[in-house]
Design a binder for this molecule. Sequence first.
Ligand code: SF4
Length: 394
Amino acid sequence: MDVKQVMRDYFVDLGEAAKDPARKVAWCTSVGPAEILRALGFEVYFPENHGALLGATRVCGDTIPVANAQGYSPEICSYLTSDIGAALKGVTPLTKAYGLAEVPRPDVLVYCTNQCKDVMHWFAWYARRWNVPLLGIHPPNHLPDVLPEQVADVAAQYRRMIGQLETIAGRKLDPQALRSALAHSKEATDLWAQVLDSARARPAPLNFFDGAIFMGPIVVLRGTPIATDYYRSLLAELQARIAAGHAAVPRERLRIYWEGMPVWGRLRHLSDLFAKQRAAVVASTYCNSWIFSDFDPDEPLESMARAYLKIFINRDDAYKEAYIERLVREFAIDGVVFHAARTCPNNSNSSYNLPQRLAAKGIRSVVVDGDLCDLRCFSDEQSTTLIEAFLETL
Ligand code: SF4
């Protein structure tokens, strides 16, 4: 299965759903409770995926200033500013790519602040713009451990939200539909984990820049059998590549961990830069963020609460340090590249001494300034010099 076709089918169907009064569309944050929405029959759209598309198509230089002019600071999430700016300008990359006249209008907006609070402000803008209900899950943040009472708190928030969603959906939640959505998500996320794990092979059959494309379905289609089918076929393809000795980076010499957000508008540039040095970026925090091992169809709400609380971005620094250390060991990493994304301090982890603590344990790293979408914060020259010099030292 081709990831481009899977994403095309998803967006074309979403465009149809938005035009059909019999179908309802929900917007959801990327690590929000998508399974509940699917079980209630909503078609689910993820604005962060749209933000990534805006970044990858390099239109944010035109759209971010439009949001800035409306009082959305250049310092806040550039997914938010590029997306709101695009809405104000009346443009979307979905038009050229998939023929959608506009982003699919929502019947409800659902966010979860397990990742950051920017998503709350972002969705609130659309709630005001289109007078659409806005529902939020507010979990505890930056956790050392995930405690039973915290899981119970989030599960209770889900239950309250389900009541509100049932009114909007015009139907009751079928417990079997929720179990089924969880089962699909669990299978897809387990396959995604195996896909990423395949990069433990030497040479690695895929790298971070491939992963940033292959991850589309686990973000936008989890809870459906489509994601499961896609990752099963991708895994088989990767296993065949390993058997054939096919390398993502020919003559792989170094193995790198990418920490932080992708620079969506410079994926190709960075991929070429690492490949030129025969360095394979074999593991990343970002791609791993959609591994939800705790999903359990027999305990849907509690297991969702646990899985979505446990995500890396929602953990304390000691957890993050141990996590990176473990992956460095498991993937035989030579060095870590921290991407300090200017507009996403939530997903940038180099500012609180973590590189130095890892260095004390013999893990070498470099910090590259940049951004997910705002290319004014990223310099090709500086990043090239820094990364090349770093790879030289390994
Ligand atoms: S985690 Fe970062 S990139 Fe993602 S929505 Fe929040 S601020 Fe934006």
